[in-house]
Design a protein around this ligand. Structure first.
Ligand code: PMP
Length: 340
């Protein structure tokens, strides 16, 4: 019989899938491969860091049997932590700002986590802010431990140990460019560090960042793509690793995300579209012997009411409003075969 003991045993070893339509093609174009992280059991790349952060805290004694994991997170990291916590008998409390959608809160609760909601509209140093509340809960809960993904060295280390070696082996050492979005910076720093080391500096590392974020020299101007970009410099980001950072406007990221679903059958999140915009730019400059790998952090189900919703897109000026819900009559009257 072939089975695993726990779903947590399925973290990592995600496949590479060739992109055929949304990047340059033809005899002079490079091979562009997507590392599809939504195929992790929790649906994102963050499953990798959750496992490694918990391993490290157990080894150092910061997290003891029956302990409680407290982290300010609204999404992917919380799901990853919940999965490993269940396997190993820990309790989870996630602190989220009130702007986080009910669906996201419910997802965390569905995994058995407790969710504490805090006002988003207060300064970080305010006692009700989600940073202050998570610090206090971690301190005052017996057996409490805060992973702090923005400062935890196990975050980039998980990519040195898993994402980097997987890509090197899957491409048989032929990768020439690695492209990834930058949030905590763990993915690009860890994977990039490994790939540079193993290739004697031959692999070029390219970051993708929303326009406005600090990594691409932005002034902190707000942007809409989730999970990437920052207004501060986390210690999990190693500035020495990327050779280049490409700034991508929100509209481009979202249109590319929708194209990935329609043209590559990859239903993925907005930061994936952003990374693929950067990968397409890299591919334009690359040659037919090059192999570009772009990491797609999560799936698209969490973005159906935003990126994939015409009304939401139109409200930000990314799309001309269109009637997405046609009636039977509309469809039958349409003689020219056009699509709604
Ligand atoms: N995309 C999404 C959807 C994410 O949740 C994250 C993690 N914040 C990233 C991209 C960026 O990954 P990293 O934190 O490793 O830079």
């Amino acid at each position: 019989m072939r089975y695993v003991e726990h779903v947590a045993d399925l973290v990592g070893n995600t496949p590479l899938v060739r992109l055929n339509n949304v990047v340059p093609t033809g005899p002079d174009a490079p091979l562009v491969l997507a590392k599809v992280e939504y195929l992790n059991p929790g649906g994102s790349v963050k499953d990798r860091i959750a496992e490694r952060m918990i391993d490290a805290a157990e080894a150092s004694g910061e997290l003891r049997p029956g302990g409680t994991i407290v982290e300010p997170t609204s999404g992917n990291t919380g799901i990853g932590l919940s999965i490993i916590a269940q396997q190993r008998g820990y309790h989870c409390i996630f602190v989220v700002p009130d702007k986080v959608s009910p669906a996201k809160r419910d997802t965390l609760r569905a995994y058995g986590a407790e969710v504490v909601v805090c006002p988003a509209a207060v300064a970080p140093e305010h006692p009700d802010s989600y940073y202050s509340v998570s610090d206090r809960l971690a301190r005052e809960t017996p057996g409490g431990w805060k992973p702090n993904q923005y400062a935890n060295p196990a975050n980039p280390a998980s990519h040195v140990a898993s994402t980097g070696p997987e890509i090197w082996e899957q491409t048989e050492g032929r990768i020439t460019h690695f492209v990834a979005g930058v949030g905590t910076g763990g993915t690009i720093s860890g994977t990039g560090h490994y790939l540079k080391d193993v290739s004697d500096g031959r692999v070029r590392i390219v970051g993708a960042d929303p326009v406005g974020s600090v990594y691409s020299g932005g002034d902190g101007r707000p942007y809409l793509v989730e999970g990437v970009g920052e207004d501060f410099w986390p210690t999990t980001y190693d500035r020495g690793v990327p050779d280049e950072i490409i700034a991508v406007p929100d509209g481009d990221s979202f249109h590319m995300t929708r194209r990935l679903a329609r043209e590559e059958a990859l239903l993925v999140g907005g930061s994936c579209g952003m990374a693929v915009c950067a990968a397409a730019k890299v591919a334009e400059q690359a040659g037919p012997d090059d192999v570009v790998v772009v990491l797609l952090p999560d799936g698209g189900r969490g973005y159906l009411s935003t990126v994939f919703n015409d009304g939401w897109m139109a409200s930000y000026g990314f799309l001309t409003p269109n009637n997405a819900e046609w009636t039977v009559g509309d469809v039958l009257r349409r003689k020219d075969g056009s699509m709604p």
